[in-house]
Design a binder for this molecule. Structure first.
Ligand SMILES: [Ca+2]
Ligand SMILES: [Ca+2]
Ligand SMILES: [Ca+2]
Length: 424
């Protein structure tokens, strides 16, 4: 009886969304582990690979194909079939963003949708027909989606909604399990220090979910299924690099935390199961039992699931000898990070990275990626935050600029709407 009850509860808790964002490459109903090698170099092609699961399959790394290159952003999703994952990526071209999808018939479908400064969200089913739609967000928080034309509704007219504010941390998930993805934001409640998680129906902008996020909801939010949200942070450098995940209930209650060696993609293999590649194995953490186990990992650089948020916001690398200033992620100010337009010391701009960060270079760039100023690293100050001083005040950099904090492995960007305003 007890077992039976547990089964019913499981079905009630996760109706339709049992796969979270876990890929099913071969469509046999079992989630597979998807990996992609993004081995640098402008013309070096990506290799897609997976480890199948389920009866009658061998858990061995199996090549899918070569698809994508250079700075393309992988966005695998269920575009052409609700039960199978299609390889897909987004490429930046002179005309804007180009989505390339390999549907189940093996063709390559190319869709122009979005601009250089937009963020792309993979695997979002906004209209709830089971087929993933294309979703982008511009820098002021305007979300736009369009259907691919694979689903029952062939209308591919795009539809926009302003949801939240530019500095929100967004995630997209089916928060109420009705088959339709909502747009969610984690943001401070105005005038307070309290963070809230709020999710909106795309079409009506009706609040579907609204709860305290808790003070420690720091990092990049990622839906984990099973009513859980992970907050992912990359820490350390060199041999001490690690990726930490704090797991909370959507309602803000702490559940567990874990860390993985290196700066790695975190994927879900099933609801409440999060994983990262460690050498030849995939380490899987169960957020409820807090146990880690190992599985065979795809024989490529890193693992991916159907949830990937990326951006070409900064095309970078021009001028100033700054090297590549392309953002590897964009995050909000706070958690110790500060943009202080006029420092007490010399009246010029000083910026601090967040607690625990290990950046050693910082730049101010414009929306085209041109370097406007290079920070002078003065060490870790004020509780161990990497600190950079500039040769002029914040306001002299103008508006709509970007601060780039560069470490050995990443360029973390933070938007600055107005250079003369303090952000923290
Ligand atoms: Ca499968
Ligand atoms: Ca859809
Ligand atoms: Ca929903």
């Amino acid at each position: 009886m007890k077992i039976f009850k547990a089964l019913i509860l499981t079905f009630l808790t996760f109706p339709l969304s049992a796969s979270a964002d876990s890929p099913d490459i071969d469509g046999n109903g079992f989630n597979d582990i998807l990996g992609i090698s993004i081995a640098g170099g402008k013309n070096k092609k990506f290799t897609w690979n997976y480890v199948p699961a389920g009866p009658g399959t061998l858990a061995v790394s199996t090549k899918i194909k070569e698809f994508g290159k250079g700075n393309d952003i992988p966005v695998p999703g269920r575009y052409s079939n609700p039960n199978m994952t299609d390889p897909a990526f987004v490429r930046l071209t002179d005309e804007g963003l180009e989505w390339r999808i390999i549907p189940q018939n093996g063709d390559t479908v190319v869709i122009q949708f979005g601009d250089k400064n937009d963020s792309v969200y993979g695997g979002a089913d906004i209209d709830g027909d089971g087929y993933d739609d294309l979703l982008i967000r511009n820098k002021s928080g305007l979300f736009t989606f369009r259907r691919t034309g694979f689903g029952p509704n062939l209308n591919t007219v795009s539809f926009s909604q302003k949801i939240g504010k530019a500095k929100d941390q967004n995630f997209v998930t089916d928060i109420d399990n009705d088959g339709q993805d909502e747009i969610c934001r984690v943001a401070k409640k105005p005038g307070t220090n309290k963070k809230r998680t709020t999710c909106f129906d795309f079409f009506s902008k009706h609040k579907v979910f609204n709860a305290n996020a808790g003070k420690k909801a720091n990092g990049t939010p990622k839906p984990l299924g099973a009513n859980l949200l992970g907050f992912i942070r990359e820490k350390g450098k060199g041999a001490n690099k690690k990726t930490t995940v704090r797991v909370q209930e959507l309602q803000g209650k702490y559940v567990s935390k874990t860390s993985f060696d290196g700066h790695k993609n975190i994927v879900t293999t099933a609801p409440a199961q999060l994983a990262a590649k460690n050498g030849t194995v995939l380490e899987v953490f169960d957020a409820f039992s807090k146990q880690k186990s190992s599985q065979t990992a795809p024989d490529v650089d890193d693992v991916y699931d159907e949830y990937n948020v990326g951006s070409f916001k900064v095309s970078g690398g021009k001028g100033g000898g700054a090297g590549n200033t392309q953002c590897t992620s964009t995050t909000s100010w706070g958690n110790g990070s500060v943009w202080k337009p006029i420092s007490e010391g010399d009246g010029k701009l000083v910026i601090l990275d967040n607690f625990g960060a290990n950046s050693s270079k910082a730049y101010v760039i414009n929306q085209n990626g041109n370097v406007l100023g290079t920070g002078n690293y003065v060490g870790k100050t004020n509780g161990g935050r990497p600190t950079f001083r500039f040769s002029k005040s914040g306001s002299s950099f103008g508006s709509n600029i970007i601060a780039v904090f560069q470490s050995s492995s990443s360029n973390v960007c933070r938007n600055v709407a107005n250079g003369g305003t303090r952000y923290d």
